[in-house]
Design a protein around this ligand. Sequence first.
Ligand code: FES
Length: 119
Amino acid sequence: MQVRVTSVVSLAHGQARKFGFERGGEVCEGFVLRSGQDLVAYHNRCPHLGVDLDMGEGRFYSALTDRIICSSHGALFVPSSGFCDAGPCAGDGLERFELELDGVDAVITIADVDPDPRW
Ligand code: FES
């Protein structure tokens, strides 16, 4: 499936915009994050316990570590890849979505089947 997230090009470094999607009958959430010149999109789901990374607050980025951070137990994820390099789920990673720009919007492509059905 594809989801359009509007006006993402104006996001500043470290800022994110959340979006919703449905998969397998479940309501899910993702986010687009600006990291330097790049825009990346991930499922808002920590591989440690399957909870929202931001605990509903909309904050995903830690400037101190230059990492995406999970607010629950502090797992850190490399913004460009989603790889967890510190914390309780080190070695695991976020589900990354393909992102294409269409003008100022992002078009996010999400797999129909959850690649990590643990949660
Ligand atoms: S739930 Fe994310 S680090 Fe524990």
